[in-house]
Design a protein around this ligand. Sequence first.
Ligand SMILES: O=C(O)CCC(=O)C(=O)O
Ligand SMILES: [Fe+2]
Length: 357
Amino acid sequence: MSTAAPAIPPAPSAPQDSLPVIDLAELGDSARHTPAHARLARIARDIGFFYLEGHGIDSAQIERMETITRQFFALPPEAKQRIAMRNSRHFRGYTGVGGEITRLRPDLREQIDFGEELPPIHQAPETPAWWGLQGPNQWPEELPALQGEILAWLETTRKAAKRLLQAFLVALEQPATALDALVAQPHNNRLKIIHYPGQAQSQSDQGVGTHKDGGLLTLLLQDEVGGLQVQTAHGWLDVPPRKNAFVVNIGEMLELATNGYLRANVHRVVSPRSGASRYSIAYFFSPSLQAREVPLLDLPPHLAQQARGPESDPLNPLFSHIGTNALKGRVRSHLDVAEKFYPAQFAQLDAKAPSAY
Ligand SMILES: O=C(O)CCC(=O)C(=O)O
Ligand SMILES: [Fe+2]
């Protein structure tokens, strides 16, 4: 258990001109509550986005990931299409530019989605459809080194994300074990490597449209180009690159667990200009499907009174059932996979609903 915490200062009313920086090393690995934890809680409540330093991930590993990401997207189109996501009921594999939909509009990015490398669950008639999310990845034969790098990255970032989640539990004065079920095996974390090609000014510049992330925490590495923006009360805030720092944001499942104390904030990526290219690596630390439901944390009164309740868009409802929510997110984004492998869920989609995210 943590010790008594000082009151959290009120939200800043002045516009912010840059994201705050959190140092994970400063938060430590013990249950002792410090002013750094109070600051973490305040930032994650107010804006829900920050740079993360002191994460302990070797810069050589980061560089290898950045290099292999570029190598993957430089493969011939046929090589990428051979591992297309539309072949995978587990939503793993390559999606070409315009193949993913956010807010009913195509995202101008190409990407490959990975997840924890686990055997598929046998689909008996009574097996819930969302167990289909678990399964193997697709790997390109033309870039054999990719598999080792990706699996190592899933492992390394999972450790950093777990340490950060632990720091949140201290910050929120929770028992260290409060979210153990969510981070237990079998893991359900996802990783996406992304290429945003440049767009002429006359065209759409939706690299990825306005959205919230669905999991617990997102740890993002971006290159030197920029284009990520976060919504604030004062308009869109640019999130320029910061060398070897992750950009971290809160996902909807952590917002739900904290009754809206922590904020899953809205963000988007604006395409780079014509001739340029942007690359990013997004790791989605997500609750284990096995845990079934997201628990509601019992916040101490001084934090509970600042909890806003989870923000749920009636047209894109948020479910506390982990599998239902995770599958809904994937189905909405990847209509081709949904139509092929999840016809019942596909039929329920209202393509005309102008959902906020
Ligand atoms: O590429 C980025 O900077 C952000 C990507 C993102 O927000 C997402 O894929 O959820
Ligand atoms: Fe996102």
